[in-house]
Design a protein around this ligand. Structure first.
Ligand code: 13P
Length: 342
């Protein structure tokens, strides 16, 4: 794919009012989410759940692309249409998670590095033949002030791996979603999250540049700048929006077409409100949209509960949530829309 084609896909992923549904949970992660609701994690149940989400009527009005997992990209809808084909027929771009998860760094360190580079060029070629147009790789950055995390070692290794992945994707014809996720699990305040996120993103863009990743043919998927879950003082939504924007303005080249945030464990309404506020403070040099997993799916999964009887209701819930998140991507969301009839 030419640089122009990659840029066109990246722009379509972040087209105004549309965003990405992250439905790429690994089998281990979806098994945990199912177990919490008493749903058995069989291959057929995973397929049926993804089918419920992906065949939601009207999904294409809000969703530009869906990130699939290796098992899912090979599965089909109930009528036998492969998921990537079904998505493409509805003008939704099929994407693929290509990292293989994060592991502890070597040498006695509790920080993580993401794996999956070995053989990636070949895997990318296969995913392209299955219909994928973009890919995702998630790096995990842990904040622990007492232990000096994130270390320079962890930031370097993760930025380097993200750039190697990004370069291989563009070479092979996929738009890379570059996801350096600073976790919100700590007890740190928002200032620490700001400093770490600025630092992590700077390192990522330096590596992307060194490894010749074209900023016009990628999408950044960052965390928002937010107080740690365990912090006694939680920053207001206004502060989260302002600090997140300040971080992006300091680190992200304007040639990047769009930024698609992860939700990272924020509730659906909070993640939606934060995105909405940032868009109200625009225009910005990049589109600001979403690539939410839990914030788009949690309520729909609770409604589906593993039963075909609940498919229609779960789809209504999924569509309503996607419509609110899409409104936030244009700065037109309001809290009263949460309670509107689904
Ligand atoms: P969350 O929105 O649930 O954080 O998931 C997005 C994602 O793809 C994480 O890699």
């Amino acid at each position: 794919m030419s640089a122009t084609d990659l840029a066109a896909v990246a722009q379509a992923m972040v087209a105004r009012g549309r965003g990405v549904l992250a439905a790429d949970e690994s089998n281990a992660t979806i098994t945990k989410r199912f177990a919490a609701l008493g749903i058995e994690s069989t291959e057929e149940n995973r397929r049926a759940y993804r089918d419920t989400l992906l065949s939601t009527p009207g999904l294409e009005d809000y969703i530009s692309g869906v990130i699939l997992y290796d098992e899912t990209i090979r599965q089909s809808s109930a009528d036998g249409t492969p998921f990537p084909t079904m998505l493409a027929q509805r003008s939704i771009l099929p994407g693929i998670k290509v990292d293989t998860g994060s592991m502890p760094l070597a040498n006695d360190n509790d920080e993580q590095v993401t794996e999956g580079l070995d053989g990636l060029r070949k895997r990318i070629a296969e995913y392209v033949s299955l219909g994928a147009k973009f890919a995702k790789w998630r790096a995990v950055i842990i904040i622990d002030e007492a232990r000096g995390f994130p270390s320079d070692y962890a930031l370097h290794c993760n930025a380097h791996a993200l750039a190697r992945y990004g370069a291989l994707c563009q070479e092979g014809g996929l738009v890379p979603i570059i996801e350096p996720e600073v976790l919100m699990d700590g007890s740190n305040d928002i200032d620490v999250c700001f400093d770490v996120t600025v630092h992590a993103q700077r390192r990522v863009f330096q590596e992307l540049d060194r490894q010749q990743v074209d900023p016009r043919g990628m999408v950044l998927k960052p965390n928002m700048v937010i107080s740690g879950k365990g912090c006694a003082t939680q920053a207001s939504p206004q502060e989260v929006a302002e600090r997140t924007l300040e971080c992006l303005y300091r680190t992200v080249p304007p040639a990047v077409p769009g930024i698609a945030f992860l939700s990272g464990g924020q509730s659906a309404s909070v993640a939606t409100e934060h995105l909405d506020l940032m868009n109200r403070m625009g225009p910005h040099p990049w589109q600001l949209t979403f690539s939410y997993g839990r914030a788009l799916q949690d309520e729909a999964l609770r409604t589906w509960k593993g039963s075909t009887d609940n498919v229609a209701e779960a789809q209504k819930v999924a569509s309503h949530r996607a419509s609110l998140t899409s409104a936030a991507a244009t700065g037109t969301y309001s809290r009263d829309m949460e309670s509107a009839a689904v």
